[in-house]
Ligand binder design. Structure first.
Ligand SMILES: [Zn+2]
Length: 271
């Protein structure tokens, strides 16, 4: 049913950028692909100084931890290889699941999060406390997933747009809030790719009976502020001078989405 080459293992989708998709069985009827990304921090003099520092963008759902750890171990095979940062797009459980296990396995590793996401990821604040501009979130938030991790503050780096961090020459942090108050995206500068978490999705329009990919915004029932979520997509479109490919976290397409296709998707409302 899922003909994805990166199912349960990392595949290099762009030079130095690897994707692993794991299927998340939300319930008996609905399963959703969840992608995580490994980034190799290549240095300029690769011949004499091979890269051993790695970054991870998102860390999957809690029930996927074992599969993800195995997939990471399949790529970080050199004794010097180490995970330096886990760059989290937002607090939802399908994006943060393996973070505690990875922080334990790699003592030098830290999580990168947006400053507005810190209360949910480090302090136990409920995502259900968010006020919303839609009836659907307001109605369904009692049933929504909470962030399921409590990361120690000293193992996190909090950022806002424009802040510098150790690997910002490779992964640029971009605020794309709306889906959650501190949702973020990451531009992989060397390959002109952006990992957008749930700001844009590319799964079936109706996952109950279809697997045909379909570009959409985030799921309304789990999106705190719909107006801001649409502004986030428009912000991603303004990055066209730096970005060719958009990689959503939930995507049935192996090769990401060309940014022009996102333009087409937003055209009716943005013109
Ligand atoms: Zn998600």
């Amino acid at each position: 049913m899922y003909d994805l080459p990166d199912l349960n293992r990392f595949v290099e989708v762009r030079p130095g950028l690897f994707r692993c998709t794991i299927i998340w069985n939300i319930n008996k009827f609905v399963d959703v692909p969840v992608a995580t990304f490994l980034v190799r921090c290549d240095s300029l003099d690769q011949g004499t100084n091979p890269a051993h520092d790695w970054l991870l963008v998102d860390s999957g759902a809690p029930m996927q931890v074992e599969t993800l750890l195995k997939a990471i171990a399949g790529v970080l095979t050199h004794e010097k290889d180490t995970l330096r940062y886990i760059c989290i797009t937002h607090a939802h459980i399908d994006h943060t699941g393996a973070t505690p296990a990875l922080l334990q396995k790699y003592p030098e590793c830290k999580a990168v999060i947006h400053v507005e996401e810190k209360p949910f990821i480090c302090e136990g604040k409920s995502l259900r406390s968010c006020s919303s501009d839609t009836w659907s979130y307001t109605l369904f938030k009692p049933f929504s997933h909470e962030a399921d991790v409590r990361l120690p503050e000293d193992r996190t780096v909090t950022l806002r747009d424009g802040d510098q961090w150790e690997f910002d020459h490779i992964l640029q942090f971009v605020e794309t809030h709306g889906h959650t108050p501190g949702s973020a995206s990451y531009i992989h500068i060397p390959t002109r790719s952006i990992m957008v978490g749930d700001a844009i999705m590319n799964i079936a329009a109706n996952p109950w009976w279809s697997k045909v990919p379909c570009i959409s915004g985030p799921m309304a029932i789990s999106t705190c502020h719909w107006g801001n979520a649409m502004k986030a997509i428009d912000k991603i479109l303004t990055l066209k001078d730096k970005v060719d490919t958009v990689f959503p976290a939930h995507d049935f397409n192996t090769d990401g989405i060309h940014i022009d296709q996102i333009c087409e998707f937003r055209k009716p409302s943005s013109l």
